[in-house]
Design a protein around this ligand. Sequence first.
Ligand code: IMP
Ligand code: MG
Length: 194
Amino acid sequence: MSRIQPPDFGELSPDISDVLFTAEQIQARVNALAAEISAEYRDKNPVLVGVLKGVLFFMADLLKALPIAAEVDFLSVANYSTDSRSQGLVRLVKDLETPIEGRHILFVEDVIDTGLTLNYLLRTLRARQPASLEVCVLFNKPDKRLIDIPLRFKGFDIPDRFVVGYGLDFREKYRNLPYVGSLKPSVISLKSGK
Ligand code: IMP
Ligand code: MG
């Protein structure tokens, strides 16, 4: 893992201990993923489905690098509580606007940890009988995976560390960092947990 000093990003920089991926590294990987996806989905007019809000940057950069016809839609979830989250109970706060029956669906995720959230959402979408349903994830954390989910397109495997930036937050903060980095332990323990 690289130990690059965080580039200056104003008042957020002092909270970051080290950079896992620079904006340039992320962009290069996203472009490569877009090329893979384009080859697979040409003439299929897929619907790229993202979960708000963490996927914001990834979805935007992926779409901009995708030279095929594609649609985009979003859903939003809330975890019931820290406890029930461990059972994968999530509530759909905002549903898709697109009817997905018979459509090719590419589920675009920023980060997968246990896989419980994604598993619930995939089951929900599968019940609507899409023509196909695949997953594209940018940051995969394999260490704490509880449910095996096939990941058709994958950006990076990352260690079991809490990371922020490029859309990922800690208590709604740090999403706007252009790179992905780890928070200093002192910052996390001050506010305890996510
Ligand atoms: P899972 O159900 O354990 O896979 O949880 C995935 C969700 O937890 C993601 O959609 C994020 O909202 C959040 N999450 C997991 N790891 C991180 C991280 O390192 N940074 C920010 N959010 C994370
Ligand atoms: Mg997410």
